[in-house]
Design a protein around this ligand. Structure first.
Ligand SMILES: [Zn+2]
Length: 105
């Protein structure tokens, strides 16, 4: 049998004196540090959106869907879409608008 022991520590002070403290809205276990009273999520999820979903959103953007429309359709935050467009703008030769306006400064 293979087993793994994980020692959780406080996200702020590194103390091992933590206890369970309910759950976050997404069901993740929350914890509280008994030394500094900081509360945090024990194992935060990494990337919220996977690459396949990101590609779908960027494909919709390339098809000239408005960012507000993408926000409504895919449920992604407006600023997140803007950031993704900014990250990809080099690979989208035809993209104008938000990124072009941002580059003017
Ligand atoms: Zn602490």
């Amino acid at each position: 049998m293979l087993s793994t022991t994980v020692v959780h520590v406080c996200a702020r002070c590194g103390s091992e004196h933590i206890r369970k403290n309910g759950h976050a809205d997404n069901g993740a276990q929350r914890a509280k540090c008994l030394d500094c009273e900081r509360t945090f999520i024990l194992q935060p999820k990494g990337e919220r959106y996977d690459q396949k979903f990101k590609d779908q959103v960027m494909s919709a953007y390339q098809d000239r869907m408005s960012i507000r429309g993408i926000t409504r359709t895919f449920g992604v935050c407006y600023k997140t879409v803007i950031r993704w467009v900014g990250e990809k703008s080099g690979s989208f030769p035809g993209v104008r608008g938000h990124t072009a306006a941002r580059q003017k400064r």
